[in-house]
Design a protein around this ligand. Structure first.
Ligand SMILES: Cc1cc2nc3c(=O)[nH]c(=O)nc-3n(C[C@H](O)[C@H](O)[C@H](O)COP(=O)(O)OP(=O)(O)OC[C@H]3O[C@@H](n4cnc5c(N)ncnc54)[C@H](O)[C@@H]3O)c2cc1C
Length: 361
């Protein structure tokens, strides 16, 4: 079994980190960032899944809040590749990969969170068109996107065989995208409500077939979980570096605080979990690149393990920095806030437990 990244991949991470240290300054424009990464060859149509995961991990080490933007757009590109018609692929794939078009994924509603079968956004056939009405919440990238991959019910509420994925132009008549919902952490990526009033969608903009929505949503979330894990690991790496830097410089009671066993134990635990989480993440990305039938289980294991570790150790990093860890806009304070939601989106960690147990039993 492979347990180490190749030199090409470790060099890719190093080179990207150097590039980002120069380019990730000031206010971040997510679309321009993606386009820069594309222009400089870090994103391309020939990237393996693993390479996109390494890219996400590296960016999130420096700026965890960007992870939600990346995972959403990367997971949507996978949807178009796997389920889009030739017409949809020809029209959009190149522009999505280059970042000329940015996408959002809109499934969640007030009454449909973990239980996606309960979506109420309705799609009614009207000649060769579908007419969509409803309200979505938590659509990441909503206010910066050109394309929305949106799920609606074509049958009665609760009937999974009616859920269908539509590709919609965000500027289309009848669509209202609200301001980003104020939230704890992950503020760099917007999360929006989307209201749909008599939105007309042509039949050729259905992704897959009528009723394929649940299959498409679940496969997207499987991919999204792997990106979410990369986001958590980037963040965990970042807080470990901050904790080491601070604890070796800070003196109390006449010695470096890193000489105290209490601090050493925090650092040892962070380092163990980072290495363990990385191995699981890379194993999962290799499983995706080789179409392994273990993918579903591994992506849930990787997501829940690394996000729990990120949440716990970002809190420990604040502890190690003491008062300095509370300074707003410092790396660890932001990481602490960014980490919580990782246990919630792409399927909550309780749902990941169900998936893992189901796969094993
Ligand atoms: C910042 C952010 C960004 C998001 N981005 C997107 C996006 O881009 N697109 C999108 O469609 N959605 C997005 N979401 C929505 C996200 O996927 C949901 O929040 C998530 O699936 C959980 O749904 P819920 O919030 O309704 O919680 P609920 O489903 O109501 O769950 C509440 C609690 O009950 C537990 N629970 C529920 N069912 C079970 C069960 N069967 N067994 C055990 N425990 C259970 C959950 O684990 C959780 O602890 C985002 C959410 C956030 C916060």
């Amino acid at each position: 079994m492979q347990t180490q990244l190749s030199k090409v991949n470790t060099d890719f991470k190093k080179d990207l980190e150097d590039f980002l240290k120069k380019s990730l300054k000031g206010e971040i424009n997510l679309r321009s960032l993606w386009q820069e990464l594309f222009k400089n060859g870090y994103i391309s149509s020939t990237n393996s899944f693993l390479k996109n995961i390494l890219l996400t991990e590296t960016i999130c080490k420096l700026h965890p809040g960007i992870g939600l933007f990346l995972l959403t757009h990367f997971a949507n590109i996978e949807i178009i590749k796997s389920f889009g018609s030739e017409n949809i692929k020809n029209k959009h794939l190149e522009d999505l990969i280059s970042g000329k078009e940015i996408s959002c994924f809109s499934l969640t509603e007030e009454n449909a969170g973990s239980d996606i079968s309960q979506i109420e956004t309705k799609a009614i056939k009207d000649g060769s068109k579908w007419l969509l009405n409803g309200k979505k919440i938590w659509a990441s990238n909503g206010s910066i996107c050109d394309l929305i991959i949106l799920f609606a019910q074509t049958k009665e509420k609760g009937d999974k065989s009616g859920i269908t994925a539509f590709l919609i132009d965000s500027k289309q008549k009848g669509i209202e995208i609200k301001e980003s919902t104020p939230k704890l952490g992950i503020k760099t990526t917007p999360s929006n409500e989307i209201i749909l009033k008599d939105v007309e969608v042509d039949e050729k903009n259905i992704i897959g077939n009528i009723g394929d929505g649940v299959k498409i949503a679940l496969s997207t979330i499987t991919n999204g979980r792997i990106f979410c894990s990369a986001q958590a690991i980037g963040l965990l790496n970042g807080v470990l570096e901050e904790a080491v830097k601070h604890s070796t410089k800070r003196n109390q009671f006449g010695k470096s605080i890193s000489d105290f066993q209490a601090i050493q134990w925090y650092i040892a635990d962070m380092s163990k979990d980072l290495d363990g989480a990385r191995l699981l993440l890379y194993k999962t990305a290799w499983a995706k690149d080789t179409n392994s039938n273990e993918l579903n289980k591994l992506s849930s294991m990787s997501k829940s393990f690394s996000t729990k570790a990120a949440q716990r150790h970002s809190s420990n990093a604040v502890q190690i920095l003491g008062g300095k860890g509370l300074i707003e806009d410092s790396y660890v304070a932001k990481a602490y806030k960014d980490a919580k939601v990782l246990e919630i989106y792409e399927g909550t960690n309780e749902i990941q437990q169900l998936v893992i147990a189901r796969e094993i039993l």
